[in-house]
Design a binder for this molecule. Structure first.
Ligand code: CA
Length: 250
């Protein structure tokens, strides 16, 4: 869906930071030919200023630059506002790549490179950002989970029980929302660690247990059922909602 040509040609501003005029011009021409807008900065300090003014969708950053090098410029640009950075390293030096990625660059290319490859890498980076934005938007538009006496609003991150707001920690909220999106479905502890904590290490399963304990304390012990030796399931409070139909499709 994201690969349609209309998507690739949407107006994008790309900041090219390169002190070799011929190379800067060549890159800028390629970008323009691809339907994007190119702006050029020829040293690190003016790149930082330009990024602030232009708010580009992507930055192509040479490492070896006058006034301020590309590593420092990248750090400052990202600190100001998150933006994908493709770094250009002059030599095939491992230290440049490591430093570049450490500074917050998302990808790098070693000179000399093919212009076609450069554009392909830019497209890939822009797609990645677009996908992340869509995921965040979907979360924003997520429906309220209404179980009658218990209502979970994922967008506002509010839980009410019998009309009264229950104060949950961010982790408790994420755990409850994860379980409640699939009522009556048993989640393994490892799965919950992965989804809620983004932590696939199975040794941390006791963390899950202690958070479930906290949730039960706040919401009542019936709300979360223990599947012994496996994990937990959300048991919606008695209501005439249509949630039961969905819960049978495991
Ligand atoms: Ca240079």
């Amino acid at each position: 869906m994201l690969n349609t040509s209309s998507h690739q040609n949407t107006a994008r501003t790309i900041l090219v930071v390169e002190d070799e005029p011929d190379l800067a011009t060549a890159i800028a021409q390629r970008i323009t030919a691809n339907g994007w807008t190119a702006r050029v900065a020829s040293d690190g300090a003016s790149a930082v200023r330009a990024a602030k003014q232009l708010k580009p969708d992507l930055v192509i950053m040479d490492v070896m630059l006058p006034v301020m090098d590309g590593i420092e410029a990248t750090k400052r640009i990202i600190a100001e506002r998150p933006v994908p950075v493709l770094m250009l390293t002059a030599r095939d030096a491992e230290s440049d790549k490591v430093m570049g990625l450490g500074a917050g660059a998302d990808d790098y290319m070693t000179k000399p490179f093919s212009p076609r490859e450069l554009i392909a890498r830019c497209e890939a980076l822009l797609r990645r950002v677009e996908r992340a934005t869509i995921i965040a938007k979907n979360m924003e538009n997520e429906k309220v989970l209404d179980f009658g006496s218990l209502v979970i609003d994922p967008r506002q991150r509010i839980v009410t029980l019998n009309g009264e707001q229950v104060h949950l920690t961010p982790t408790e909220f994420d755990l409850l929302a994860t379980l409640a999106r699939k009522p009556k479905t048993v989640f393994k502890r490892e799965k919950l660690l992965e989804e809620v904590w983004d932590w696939p290490d199975a040794s941390g399963t006791r963390t899950v247990d202690s958070h479930v304990k906290a949730l039960r304390h706040k919401l009542g012990s019936q709300m979360i059922r223990t599947a012994h030796g496996v994990g937990y399931a959300f048991e919606p409070p008695e209501s005439d909602d249509d949630t039961a139909t969905e819960s049978e499709m495991r």
